[in-house]
Design a protein around this ligand. Structure first.
Ligand code: ADP
Ligand code: MG
Length: 677
């Protein structure tokens, strides 16, 4: 079980990279033992370090923090084939016990488990490239034992009784008989008691426990078929039951989805890369993604979990692949919730580039990026976003609207009326500064609150069997919106429409914004004459200034911009002239948008993030250019708007993620009027 020197060099090179690359860590190691530093003789001779020193240095890398060693211990349990893992922590993470029902260790294996570079998981350097286990360095238990009091109690499947062994701060005891069930319990106490400086690096108890919870969550996402339980100070904090009772085809994805749902605590959808037709299958690449709808968002990118070969990794590029797939669905500063699980042939991924194995390196990173991005984008475009919760909010909103409409008679009630509607019709978490201008009632004359502009009488038919066949699924497929019958414009803001089985309210600003945005993005993406937007040439070009760098950047994007309908010419070191622009964009919005675009492209560089920047800027330009709330529309204008919405998928949210429409099912109306119970 002991590994050859050459082979060790291969394994440890990951660690060396970190030592070399991170001066602060070297610093930290030196500081870790001040007495050691003072003992260094002036005339240093090169010498092999004593093994306790080596152990402590290595321990510094593997067990920087309690959560790291919790991860190592869970990994060992899973590598041993455990289906149940109990993690118990206390004392700010300095006391950790992990109990599993895995295959266990025989008494003669116990001392080896504690020896450095002793592992049962690989034998040759080639094995590193066909790794099927989490562990491979044979370092974790030796490292943890060097800085704590570690006890392993284990009963192998082929043994009648259990045995135990201690590693107390590097001193390994003899093996003794002990009581214990089949499986292994590793108990560590007094972490860093022999390295007091390290204790200072521990964070607060809350912070350490928080990290540990995240590690347990991540491992649970990686292994839906195992049960993981976490107790903090004897209190059960997390419990994810095994997802194994599913036998049907496709059940692996469903188990993963359910586990992800349990871990993230929100409703999730799931998708996976196409195994048959895709180019992915040649490369043996497989991607599973569990993802939330745009109504469940986070303020941070930490809600995006990335697992590669069932290891939780920090990979900004794959996070970006997820964020981009939500392009146009989230507001600025919002991040999606998702779990991405990538498995690639072991030879295409190097997991040995970081001591804590929290990073991986792909042989072909861009094809992995594409596989994640495309799989998710396709699923998002086909997703039934109108979640039940939102529908419930909508029904309440419309009911409130109806009640208030009947009550309003005196002008002083107008304000209550509009406030009630405003409050109830927007999901509270979606109200943000991004949309202030679109929804402001304050900017409208008071009288217009009450105006219910009716469409021409001949268009108004309240027959539930109007010229549509229902039920239809809005937002996906084509012809859905234009099939709606327009009844009126309410509050100069909402189109009131109906079809066979419901009333549908459409926010005119959000709808128009979605159309403008999608047209711009289509033109940008296709860059072909066919999708070229109608443009408007300016008789007198508008001059604007940027700093020299941004001006260079914009000039370098001239061709792409021209495909969109923006003709920009460089006039001087800092001056540019806008000569034409897409007809659907307002001039003021265009100039603001172009300078933003130049600055964002400068800041980000790569072409994938450029796409993101364009998307963001287009959404903004669209928002500032389209019809506002409070603008009267004729029936034909309203119908035109609905027809335009059918040009694109995903029409049920505006680019900022606000819903474009809300609906009131006829059945609900009938219940509310007591015609139905
Ligand atoms: P690695 O996991 O890299 O092999 P470790 O130091 O974590 O190194 O573990 C050393 C060895 O001890 C493992 O290779 C394995 O054989 C054994 N071992 C550790 N934990 C367990 C466990 N929970 N159940 C069974 N065997 C274990
Ligand atoms: Mg291990």
């Amino acid at each position: 079980m002991s590994l050859s020197d050459h082979f060790l060099a291969t394994i440890c090179s990951g660690g060396v990279e970190k030592r070399r690359g991170n001066p602060s860590l070297m610093h930290e190691e030196l500081k870790a033992d001040p007495t050691e530093a003072s003992r260094i003789p002036n005339e240093s001779r090169i010498q092999i370090l004593p093994s306790e020193v080596i152990d402590q240095i290595a321990a510094g890398e593997v067990v920087e923090r309690p959560s790291h060693l919790v991860k190592e211990l869970i990994e060992n349990a899973l590598d041993a084939g455990a289906t149940q893992v109990l993690i118990e922590v206390s004392d700010s993470g300095r006391d950790v016990a992990v109990t599993d029902n895995g295959r266990g260790l025989r008494e003669d294996e116990l001392p080896l488990a504690l020896a450095r570079h002793a592992t049962s998981k690989i034998q040759t350097a080639e094995d590193l490239w066909r790794l099927g286990s989490y562990g491979f360095r044979g370092e974790a238990l030796a490292s943890i034992g060097a800085v704590s009091e570690l006890k392993i109690t284990s009963r192998s499947r082929d043994r009648q009784s259990a045995h135990q062994i201690w590693n107390r701060f590097g001193k390994v005891s003899a093996v003794e008989a002990a009581a214990g069930n089949e499986g292994t319990r590793v108990h560590m106490r007094e972490l860093f008691a022999n390295v007091p400086p390290r204790l200072k690096f521990l964070k607060s108890e809350t912070a350490e426990f928080g990290q540990i919870k995240n590690v347990v969550r991540a491992m649970s996402l990686a292994r839906p078929e195992a049960q993981l339980k976490l107790k903090i100070k004897s209190k059960l904090e997390l419990d994810f039951p095994a997802q194994t009772n599913l036998q049907q085809p496709g059940s692996a994805l469903e188990s993963f989805r359910r586990r992800a749902e349990a871990v993230l605590g929100v409703h999730l959808y799931a998708c996976e890369s196409d195994q048959n037709s895709d180019s992915n299958s040649h490369q043996g690449l497989h991607v599973q993604i569990a993802f939330a709808g745009p109504q469940d968002v986070s303020g941070q990118s930490r809600g995006i979990w990335i697992l590669v070969q069932d290891r939780w990794v920090q990979d900004r590029s794959l996070q970006q692949a997820v964020i981009e797939a939500y392009r146009g669905l989230l507001m600025h500063g919002e991040f999606p919730l998702a779990v991405v699980r990538v498995s690639a042939p072991p030879a295409d991924v190097d997991v040995n580039i970081h001591p804590t194995k929290s990073q991986v390196k792909f042989r072909d990173a861009s094809s992995v990026f594409k596989a994640v991005n495309r799989t998710l984008r396709a699923a998002i475009e086909a997703a039934p976003w109108r979640a039940e919760g939102e529908r419930a909010g909508v029904v309440a909103a419309v009911r409130g609207f109806a009640e208030k409409s009947l009550e309003v008679s005196a002008p002083r009630r107008v304000e209550d009326f509009t406030r009630a509607y405003e409050r109830s019709s927007i999901p509270p978490h979606k109200v943000s500064e991004a949309h202030g201008e679109g929804l402001s009632y304050d900017s409208m004359p008071v009288n217009s609150h009450l105006r219910f502009q009716s469409a021409e009488l001949d268009r108004v038919s309240f027959s539930p069997k109007a010229d549509v066949a229902g039920p239809v699924d809005m937002g996906i497929g084509t012809g859905v919106w234009s099939k709606l019958q327009v009844l009126a414009q309410a509050h100069l803001t909402y189109l009131v429409c109906q079809d066979a089985d419901r009333l549908v309210f459409v926010d005119q600003h959000a709808a128009h914004e979605r159309v403008a945005y999608e047209r711009l993005m289509r033109a940008w993406r296709e860059k072909s004459a066919k999708s070229k937007l109608e443009t408007q040439a300016l008789l007198i070009p508008t001059l604007f200034d940027l700093d020299a760098e941004a001006a260079d950047q914009l000039e370098s994007m001239r061709e792409d911009l021209s495909a969109l309908g923006f003709e920009v010419e460089r006039m001087g070191p800092t001056q540019l002239a806008l000569q034409s622009l897409p007809a659907l964009i307002k001039e003021s919005a265009a100039i603001e948008g172009l300078s933003r675009l130049a600055n964002r492209a400068l800041a980000q560089g790569s072409s994938t993030s450029l796409e993101d920047a364009v998307s963001d800027v287009m959404a903004r330009m669209a928002c500032h250019s389209v019809v506002r709330a409070g603008q009267a529309l004729s029936v034909s204008q309203m119908r035109e708007l609905l027809e335009q919405m059918d040009e694109f998928p995903l029409s049920s949210f505006c680019p900022h993620g606000r819903p474009v429409s809300v609906e009131y099912p006829l059945a609900q109306l009938e219940r509310d009027f007591g015609r139905r119970v």
